[in-house]
Design a protein around this ligand. Structure first.
Ligand code: TRP
Length: 392
């Protein structure tokens, strides 16, 4: 299935100015490849821009700005105003996000989770974290259910290690919480026709029927807070924009099931270290896993594509181009929250004052320091897993 032009109707035209410009960008829940035009996705998916008054209102209610908002990393939304109105009126709402456990967590997954943590901390709301071991079993031929369940537990450690408090944070592993989820998934599935699912995801005859059913499972946590509390508790789902297709269907069926529509905040994806905006989840060199040791990280980072010139002389003379540089994106998206520092780095970079090798070594130190702390925190979380995982 991988490598096939899966969902051509969701594919977006390539406006690449760099390598790989013969490839079409694809943005689906299961595949992101090519050079992604995030502005066009807003039009294609029919979402709203997260800017202007709505962004100001969010910052105002949160009592604090966040770099992912300032820098347009969380850049799109659906009905965020509904959540903000409830917040202003003191009515309950909850956060929902998730992870498909196809392997260990990488830095790109951490990106939306950091924003989720900030929202939960600012608004003191419940957080539901779905881990879809069923999805990754159904969609990845190489993985058994034992594999995806084991990765589910490993991925949960990364989530907990980011500081989500027990009690307010509930981890739902699909195969473990199925008794509660199944009736809600059934009610969802009954309202989604095959033709709607096919039009949304581009299913062809060789898909297994589990894949076609799966979107009903991803819908369930959007309803779980209302279901558990016996009152309207709408969810805000902060997630990478590639997940939007599922929630378009969830939003369609929600009112007919008597639940509020989930609201969304969408972020961009952290680009691959191998160059361009090209994502390649299957290539371990394209990203840094939270379980990688310092030597592995060093190798990946030092080999990463940059916006630099071919020689030191040219770099000094022409400067580098941070616009196409994944290493610069790592700073912008995660590792350099300080705007003044980022602006200075950009100047040095464009002016040829700093060489890519120098910059990489500096970032390497910060990434490895972060990983060391994170790895200690995720080991420490192992004993506390049961405080988070919902079982029934
Ligand atoms: N399908 C997602 C993935 O493959 C996992 C997921 C489930 C999710 N529910 C979610 C992601 C809600 C974001 C928000 O990673």
């Amino acid at each position: 299935m991988r490598g096939e032009p899966l969902l051509p109707h969701l594919g977006i035209p390539d406006r690449a100015t760099m390598a790989n410009d013969d490839e079409e960008a694809r943005v689906t829940p299961w595949e992101v490849s090519g050079v992604v035009d995030y502005d066009e996705l807003i039009e294609r998916f029919g979402t709203s821009r997260l800017e202007g008054p709505i962004k100001e209102k969010l910052v105002d209610l949160a009592g604090e700005d966040h770099w992912m908002l300032r820098r347009g990393i969380f850049y799109s939304h659906r009905d965020l105003d509904v959540i903000l109105d409830r917040q202003a009126k003191g009515k309950p709402w909850a956060l929902y996000t998730g992870r498909g456990p196809s392997g260990h967590t990488h830095i790109g997954h951490i990106l939306p989770w950091v924003f989720n943590r900030w929202l939960q901390e600012r608004f003191d709301v419940e957080m539901y974290f779905q881990i879809t071991d069923d999805e990754k079993f159904l969609f990845d031929n190489g993985l058994t259910l034992d594999d995806t369940y084991n990765y589910a537990l490993e991925n949960a450690l990364d989530y907990i290690a980011l500081g989500f408090p027990a009690g307010k944070t509930k981890v739902l592993i699909d195969t473990q919480y199925i008794k509660t989820m199944y009736p809600l998934a059934l009610r969802t599935a009954k309202r989604i026709t095959y033709s709607t699912a096919r039009a949304t995801f581009g299913f062809t005859n060789d898909y297994n029927i589990g894949q076609i059913w799966y979107t009903s499972m991803q819908s369930v946590p959007a309803f779980i807070p209302s279901h558990l509390h016996g009152e309207e508790v709408p969810t805000l789902i902060p997630a990478a924009i590639d997940q939007d297709a599922h929630f378009r269907l969830t939003r369609d069926v929600a009112p007919r099931m008597g639940f509020p529509k989930p609201c969304l905040a969408h972020c961009k994806l952290l680009p691959s270290l191998l160059g361009g905006d090209k994502m390649s989840a299957s290539d371990p060199r394209s990203t840094i896993y939270t379980t990688d040791g310092p030597k592995v990280v060093r190798k990946k980072l030092m080999n990463a594509f940059t916006g630099g010139q071919v020689s030191v002389e040219e770099q000094r003379r022409l400067g580098a181009n941070p616009d196409v540089c994944p290493v610069f994106r790592y700073e912008e998206y995660l590792f350099m929250p300080d705007d003044a520092k980022l602006a200075e780095l950009e100047l040095q970079c464009r002016g040829g004052e700093i060489l890519c090798g120098e910059h990489k070594l500096d970032l390497l130190e910060r990434i490895n320091a972060w990983l060391e702390r994170h790895q200690a925190a995720r080991e420490e979380a192992r004993e506390r897993l049961d405080d988070y995982i919902l079982r029934d």
